[in-house]
Design a binder for this molecule. Sequence first.
Ligand SMILES: [Cu+2]
Length: 643
Amino acid sequence: MSAHPLDPLSTEEFRQAAAILRRDQGTGDRWRLASIELREPSKRTVREFEPGAPIIREALVVCWNRDDGQAFKAVVSLTEDRVLSWEHQPGEQPNLTVDEWHEADHVLREDPRVIDALSRRGITDMSLTFLDTWGYRGALIPEKYQGRRIGWVDAWHRETAEGNPYAHPVNGLHFVVDLNSMELLEVEDSFVVEPPSVMGEYMPHLVPGLQVRDDLKPLEIMQPEGVSFALDGYLLRWQKWSMRLGFNYREGPTIHCVGYEDGGRVRPIAHRLSFAEMVVPYRDPSVDHYRRTAYDVGEWGLGFMTTSLELGCDCLGEIVYVDAVLHDSRGEPFTIHNAICIHEEDNAVLWKHIDVPAERAEVRRARRLVVSAHLTVANYEYLVYWRFYQDGSIECEVRASGIMVATHFADSEPPPYGTLIDHRTYAPFHQHFIVARLDMDVDGENNTVIMSESEPLPTGPDNPHGLAMVQRNVPLRTEAEGKQDYSWATQRSWKVENPNRWNALGTSVAYKLVPTGAIPALMDERSPVFQVAQVIGHTLWVTPYDRDERWPCGEFVNQNRTDNGLPRWTSANRPIENTDVVLWYVFGIHHITRVEDWPIMPVDTVSFWLKPFGFFDRNPAIDVAPSPPAACQQEHHVTGGIG
Ligand SMILES: [Cu+2]
């Protein structure tokens, strides 16, 4: 494997970054390293890199001192063994760390005030108590705790040691913790509700009367000659696609330098694809839930939440896995084995026609390359799939599974903010907004985003039957125009066009963002939650590329009081025409909870597509070979229908 400037940090590099800071900035035992990641090289460095050339390696580190709560951002040169910059971040709270989650749990379960509050509710076996620390929105933190690093903790009760940890909420009880001093600041004991009898178990042996189905015959996926893709280090090639894989604490998997070989050269499509933020507001104003808005990317980190995949259940077939390396809050590296799964899938038919008069069929099977990772963020799982198709399409799919937040109620009627899912138990409505950061380079860096929508023309002399429909194409020239909303009425989509490159027909080459999975915010813009997550107010934002603009709700979203991301950047209203653009696409799940999502949720699936639109001169998959030839190219005797 040959090294590349985009390769994620190695175990040794994580260690080195932490050691340099300890040596030169005195980040000793009272410090936590919230994040260490590769400082990705400039686009120019990537473009001009020749294999074997020297590589400058830099790490970005965010850390803070637990004694005074002050946070710092450092750029560390691993190549030169020194700190290049060290910037104080006054008033900012870095992302929450897994270590804090565990330490808070440890401290709370020993605290007599916690034990007392639980025993008043009849819960005396602390080994069956599950404590779950969440982050807070800054505006919701009481004035007296402002400036402190605050965790807000739910309590849950398992019925047995193997029982579902999220099946039995302890309602009306929360703990407020200072995560730096690990002090329990407050026991919020607001009400008690007599727990109903709930069947919240999903492990087969715990579900009463469950008969596990036994009528499926084996289904085996075999590739007797191996896979058709090649992975060299982090460079992945398959069919005409090529790309580089990356991984960091915050976005989890990232996909770089996506190109498609056409006419003997690799044509760029995207410089970098990732998930830059997730915002999950619970739409229940009650005391147990009004603080429940998760930023799974910015607060916890999709990388930190990535779990190891198991062959045969998480991924099926001939799999190549990639491990990921991350670090704990002391900077000590660890490996997530099998973090990313790469494999091919059969995806039914790619194209087909039966020439009825000639009695001849031509069929091609579709194969797709899938790059996937699974993330467990507390009660939820997110399964992320980036899929590459032989016709030049890219599909990004997310499946949500896991356990819904459930809550009990005392009255005969459930509150209106959720769905009744069990006895006196409802699951609050909530939304999972995912912000995909799409740094597109369609056939080169300079692109223009075109809003493209359909318009029926009025009936008139030129349109006597009222059939005429045209496509309205409007170039987005400024960041203000780049704030776009989904429109069902006009089937609006957005083309990322290269106005400097043309296909054989003389039209500009483009990729189209097909906005499936778009959901509206449906939230009062004055809400403090909306104020710090303004990205959810539009389906699409477009900005000119800036290496430092990575996080749509701001870099520090834990306890955020202002939105230092897209609203601030785009207030400059910079030009976005014929320049290097980044698209921020907001999609997700509008989760109107269902009875069938309980006690464990069958996957809820959303996706969006990037499809070539005049990028090629014709169907680029016309050259896909019939497989097997004898079956897919054959005489076809039509026995019915119009034949
Ligand atoms: Cu949900």
